[in-house]
Design a protein around this ligand. Structure first.
Ligand code: ATP
Length: 432
């Protein structure tokens, strides 16, 4: 398959199967904003649940928060976003298309029509809004450009009002907004997206150790999620890419149809963020160790990834087209089973036989109480399999004439397409 085709095919599949919709499509759409459809929202919730389980539930040293999107405007001065969160933009004088110079290799000519490009101009990527309703009393504010800032804002509250001790982490999944100059490639670069962040607070002497730990742990997470590990790598930032406070930084990258691209950053933030917020707020954000009584500003290891970007890479990873013996091609999403929107689909072989429908409803209701189950009695069995393959449902169960005789059903596997007969009483165990 041509690599560029993969993005087009996934774009078509996600729309066809209710995974993703262009936001405001009936008005012609709006660049960089997407809606998750009935299947997509389940997959996305499962993805976030998988992250939360890995980062919070399965650990004893990480707690979560859910911070608000609008914060005090000074936050973005302290973080450096007001002064520095800029991208450059050039415009073609002929076709008026706009580009980020770094994404077109700093070309002098328009990559679309060959026209002359303007000199680069800087734009701040934060979305501005206003708090208050009375003219003259309104205050400018920003939609958060990165979700992690709320974690620094809540650091002291978490230390004072929960049972954590350094080393510990605060995790959050939440929306971020960036007025990207060139949104595109489906969810890859959008203007409204979700991030999953961990800020892990450590004693400065232990920074090296924890940085290594999180680099490996985050790779383990993605190895669990993706099937094709050859498309996953850690890339160390070159010196000129590093933030001035960072001793080292790594990106976890995925090999997309357009080459290696960032999936998540593992950042050495040192004491930069707490010190900055301490300076701007006037509040002491240091920590006193309850055992040694030592007072220090904790250093931070950050892991910051995009939920939607991971969602897209996960689709690249799962998508397969397979030639069947009858010459047809089937499209299948070989998703991690925990991510699939439905774990099983139940079909009556025919929809006009009351005995079969009744038995199938019985099986459906039994499974539904244990796992997410879809009922489908539309079209023929072949079409139903095709639909379930394309949304990545791991198993399909068909109730047929034989079921009425011997109480067995057909269980069909998404990946191998193998079918076997299983007793209804053993279905729950079989599908576990
Ligand atoms: P990029 O260089 O790709 O724009 P970034 O280095 O600006 O990303 P960070 O600020 O480190 O990204 O944000 C952490 C994560 O948030 C990224 O690894 C990415 O997965 C996600 N992310 C950032 N910007 C976007 C966006 N516009 N759309 C979707 N996801 C994004």
């Amino acid at each position: 398959m041509q690599e560029q085709d993969l993005l087009a095919k996934i774009t078509a599949l996600t729309k066809r199967r209710g995974i993703l919709f262009q936001n405001s499509e009936i008005y012609g759409g709006i660049g960089g904003f997407f809606d998750y459809g009935p299947v997509g929202v389940e997959m996305k919730n499962n993805l976030k649940r998988m992250w939360w389980k890995h980062m919070v539930d399965d650990r004893e040293d990480v707690v979560g928060i859910d911070g608000s999107i609008i914060t005090h405007p000074r936050v973005w001065e302290a973080s450096g976003h007001v002064a520095n969160f800029n991208d450059e933009l050039v415009e073609c004088k002929k076709c008026h298309k706009r580009f980020r110079p770094d994404l077109i290799n700093f070309a002098k000519e328009c990559p679309e029509c060959g026209g002359e490009l303007t000199v680069p101009k800087k734009y701040n990527l934060m979305f501005k809004t206003e708090i208050g309703v009375v003219e003259g009393e309104k205050v400018d504010a920003y939609l958060r450009a990165e979700a992690c800032q709320t974690i620094y804002l809540d650091f002291q509250n978490v230390v004072d009002n929960s049972r954590v001790k350094v080393p510990f982490g605060i995790a959050q999944i939440g929306k971020a907004f960036r007025n990207e100059i060139t949104p595109g490639k489906l969810l890859y670069r959008s203007r409204e997206f979700e991030q999953w962040d961990l800020q892990f607070f450590v004693h400065p002497d232990e920074m090296e150790k924890w940085y290594e730990y999180w680099k490996n742990d985050r790779m383990d997470f993605f190895k669990k999620l993706y099937r094709k590990h050859e498309n996953l790598r850690l890339r160390q930032h070159a010196d000129d890419e590093l933030a001035f406070y960072a001793k080292v930084a790594f990106d976890i990258e995925y090999n997309t149809p357009w080459g290696w691209a960032e999936n998540e950053g593992v950042h050495w933030r040192g004491d930069y963020d707490l010190t900055q917020h301490s300076k701007f707020s006037g509040k002491d954000l240091s920590y006193r160790d309850p055992h040694t009584n030592e007072k220090f500003v904790p250093w931070i290891v950050e892991t910051s990834g995009g939920v939607d970007r991971t969602f897209l890479y996960m689709l690249f990873d799962a998508y397969e087209e397979e030639k069947l013996a009858n010459g047809e091609t089937r499209t299948v999403l070989k998703l991690h089973k925990d991510i699939a929107a439905y774990k099983v689909a139940v079909f009556p072989l025919v929809s006009n036989k009351e005995d079969i429908t009744n038995k199938a409803r019985e099986v459906y209701l039994q499974l539904k109480s244990q796992m997410r189950t879809m009922w489908d009695d539309r079209g023929n069995i072949g079409k139903r399999y095709r639909y379930q393959d394309e949304i990545g449902t791991p198993k399909c169960v068909t109730i047929d004439y034989q079921t009425l005789e011997d109480g067995t059903v057909t269980v069909r596997d998404r990946d191998t397409m193998e079918q076997k007969r299983v007793k209804v009483e053993e279905l729950g165990e079989e599908l576990k």
